[in-house]
Design a protein. Structure first.
Length: 380
């Protein structure tokens, strides 16, 4: 049977709930300074019970038990203020914070009216005691305390709206991606479906003509070549129409991501790469994105350097960091992981390759060969 670990407060709130506990020292100080006998011990019990209500309210948010715990907390404040001293009114700051959590107007109004009664009844009860110089000290805090539920409620409502907006934007983004996939699928089907079906039929015809009419078979084979070139041209047109990632855009994104991780980015060379096809450019951009993501997640580096190099035979992308490096095998290559494996698979589509070495950090070298397209084929 799985045991649930005990948490004093919800873990996602961090140290925030603990900071408020500092203010519980004030009622404890008042008890020690001014009370004796049974009132002192009952006061300790009520402070302990008040702490319990404080803790439980964090876990009861949005549940039916929230209001009973809130009501018990206000009752403790009322007993303290009437039975002990009006100085315990400032314990209402705890309750004011929790009242602001109500998003329902009716529930917020009900809790707020009860809170105002809890804070004003002791003032009337101790009227002969508090109408002195101490009132000038207490009154500003009372006004702030009575207004704070509205501020907290407004802040929480804004956070909720921002969260809903972020979720809506994410949903829109997913819908756009889904629609883009459908568009690409339709384009591929409409553009290449007929062409590929034609290639299939002609290849079957060539298979039958080989033993019957060799000249006709050669003619059909040439037709298949022309049709396949047309299909290749159609694919290139589709790719050029799609919005692909570019190295310039990815470099700008890398600056933002690395800066947020306190990693300094430097670069050299021209990220545009003269004459590089869209497909190869897109794959190199994805490799740069994957490399930057790995640096932020795993390297613990403070510096990152990106180089773009171009020679007569290849385009090169080099990404170097000064982090902890990566585990190597005996041949100097890293063990493949999912991200690196996917990077290598994408590079294989354009005849590229990658290598990662670890020496005073990590160096990723990506190479993509420059393929000289046959002039006649390009013109066709």
């Amino acid at each position: 049977m799985k045991r649930h670990s005990f948490h004093m407060f919800p873990r996602h709130l961090g140290f925030f709930p603990y900071l408020w506990l500092v203010y519980l020292s004030l009622p404890i100080y008042n008890l020690i300074s001014y009370e004796t006998g049974w009132k002192l011990y009952i006061g300790y019990v009520m402070v302990g019970l008040f702490f319990v209500t404080y803790r439980q309210l964090y876990f009861a948010e949005g549940k039916r038990s929230f209001f009973p715990w809130l009501l018990l907390q206000m009752l403790i404040i009322l007993i303290f203020c009437i039975g002990y001293s009006s100085s315990y009114l400032l314990m209402g700051f705890f309750t004011a914070n929790f009242i602001g959590w109500y998003t329902d107007k009716q529930k917020f109004r009900t809790a707020y009216i009860l809170f105002v009664l809890v804070e004003t009844i002791p003032l009337i009860y101790h009227m002969d005691e508090i109408w002195n110089i101490n009132l000038l000290y207490t009154l500003p805090f009372m006004i702030i305390m009575l207004l704070s539920p509205f501020g907290i409620r407004s802040m929480i409502s804004r956070q909720k709206l921002e969260k809903e907006l972020a979720q809506a934007n994410e949903q829109i983004h997913n819908l756009i991606k889904g629609e883009e996939r459908m568009r690409i699928a339709r384009d591929l089907h409409d553009t290449l479906g007929h062409t590929l079906s034609l290639i299939t039929l002609k290849s079957q015809l060539v298979e039958k003509l080989v033993d019957v009419n060799i000249e006709q078979a050669r003619h059909e084979a040439r037709e298949i070549q022309n049709t396949s070139r047309a299909a290749l041209r159609q694919v290139r047109e589709l790719v050029s129409d799609m919005r692909t990632a570019t190295l310039t855009e990815e470099l700008n994104e890398a600056k933002i991501i690395l800066q947020s991780a306190d990693i300094e980015l430097t670069h050299e060379g021209n990220p545009r790469f003269d004459g590089i096809p869209d497909t190869a450019h897109n794959i190199l951009s994805l490799c740069l994105r994957e490399a930057v993501t790995n640096i932020v997640k795993h390297s613990r580096a403070s510096q990152c350097h990106v180089s773009f190099e171009q020679s007569e035979g290849e385009w090169r992308l080099l990404v170097k960091d000064n982090g902890v490096g990566v585990p190597n095998d005996n041949h100097g290559y890293t063990r493949e992981k999912n991200g690196l494996k996917g990077m290598a698979e994408r590079l294989a589509l354009v005849g590229g390759m990658m290598r990662i070495t670890a020496e005073r950090g990590t160096l990723l070298t990506v190479r993509v060969p420059i393929v000289i397209t046959n002039r006649k084929e390009r013109e066709a």
